[in-house]
Design a protein around this ligand. Structure first.
Ligand SMILES: Nc1ncnc2c1ncn2[C@@H]1O[C@H](COP(=O)(O)OP(=O)(O)OP(=O)(O)O)[C@@H](O)[C@H]1O
Ligand SMILES: [Mg+2]
Length: 322
């Protein structure tokens, strides 16, 4: 559905996107992740023909972004980073106007707009003037616009930006639902959302692709120690030295909490489950225990680790070069 090869964008000599290549297959939901300024929006704007590339090629929905830009735009629903809306129009008028612009006939447009408003839970606000809508509702108008002509492919640039936690949860459900009908490429900073909705993740950092894999594999590849949380009451000093002696525990740190309780954070060898030994220690010492849990690594950990690692590697190459 999307094929990108050596795509590059330079702004006034500065390279924002540096010869990236990746693919998105039909029916996939792919998360496009990266820190601020990584080049996500620039890439998505090139793919939707709102920005011309400096170099490289890409085909989107079967059309070349240089030769068939009109067709690309027709076949892709794009929700840009800052949705440009006409503030003085009513929701329904705006969406009908947009549907007609996309080449739909009046009657077809009317039906499609009702459907899009229904999918995006906008129906009750359809008569509202856009400028009076909250940010979340404006985002929904942008999304309804992107999917009104039922494009095969949706490209969404931070659709949940600025939404409250409840709306983010709703949008997660919505994206899952849309994924049944559309191929989706979505950029977002909300990694829990990606972990739950995306089959694959492409990570970009400083203009370069750093990884392309399933969230599960990225987490599995993560080379970081395991982590155990222990909350207990007793002799904190003795506990610390006792814990350090347990086979598999590599580092111990602790904080005091209210009421004489201490929370220990244990870094462990991930191949050894130390919880039984920890429990025995606490029990035989006559201390009290309130929590003993292992914290599973998340996509967020994998993301942070990956971005940090490439940063360090690049610094090293620079140092060797100079
Ligand atoms: N019109 C422009 N002119 C010059 N530089 C630009 C322009 N647009 C973006 N840039 C630069 O290109 C780089 C990539 O920007 P881009 O907006 O693609 O990042 P992003 O990954 O979308 O970041 P964010 O998460 O903040 O949205 C940044 O360094 C940015 O400053
Ligand atoms: Mg952006």
């Amino acid at each position: 559905m999307i094929e990108v090869k050596n795509l590059t964008k330079k702004y006034a000599g500065r390279t924002a996107v540096d010869s990236i290549s990746f693919e998105v297959g039909k029916g996939e939901i792919v998360g496009f992740l990266g820190p601020n300024g990584a080049g996500k929006s620039t890439t998505l704007r090139m793919l939707t023909c709102f920005l011309s590339a400096t170099d490289g090629t890409a085909s989107v929905a079967g059309y070349d972004i240089y030769d068939d830009s009109i067709e690309v735009r027709k076949h892709v629903g794009y929700m840009p980073e800052n949705v440009p809306l006409y503030p003085d129009m009513r929701v329904i008028e705006y969406l009908q106007f947009r549907a007609r612009l996309k080449g739909m006939r009046a009657r077809e447009a009317k039906r499609a707009v009702e459907e899009a408003m229904d999918i995006c839970s906008l129906t009750e606000r359809k008569k509202s003037i856009i400028s009076t809508l909250s940010k979340g509702y404006k985002q929904r108008v942008g999304l309804a616009d992107a999917l009104v002509n039922k494009p095969e492919l949706l490209i969404l640039d931070e659709p949940t930006n600025g939404l409250d936690p409840n709306q983010i949860r709703q949008s997660r459900e919505l994206i899952k639902h849309l994924g049944e009908r559309h191929t989706i490429l979505i950029s977002t900073h909300i990694l829990s959302e990606v972990e739950m909705t995306c089959g694959r993740v492409v990570i970009i950092d400083r203009g370069k692709i750093r990884a392309s894999d399933t969230p599960q594999n990225l987490i599995r590849r993560l080379r970081r120690p395991g982590e155990i949380i222990l909350e207990m009451k007793g002799d904190a000093g003795a506990a610390e030295s006792g814990l350090k002696k347990i086979d598999g525990i590599e580092a111990v740190s602790s904080t005091q909490v209210y009421g004489g309780w201490s929370v220990f954070n244990l870094k462990t060898d991930p191949s050894i489950d130390v919880r039984e030994d920890v429990f025995s220690l606490v029990q035989s010492s006559g201390w009290k225990i309130r929590e003993l849990a292992s914290r599973a690594a998340s996509l967020e950990d994998a993301f942070v680790d990956l971005v940090r690692k490439t940063e360090a590697e690049e610094k090293e190459t620079e140092e060797t070069a100079s």
